[in-house]
Design a protein. Sequence first.
Length: 64
Amino acid sequence: MYHNYQGFFSTILLALADADYKFVWASVAEYGSASDCQVFNESDLRQLVEEGELGFPDPKPDLA
């Protein structure tokens, strides 16, 4: 399970950092064979983003 697509062992780190380079959220030790999308979709981070619990600002309209 830890073999990635390049054929060697690896683990995946999924992390979120703020504008001051401070980690807000992190998950380590996902299987190296998992895709980035799969890791995100199965993470608690996805649920936090979808529920708006991370304090992201509202998107502003493009005034171009």
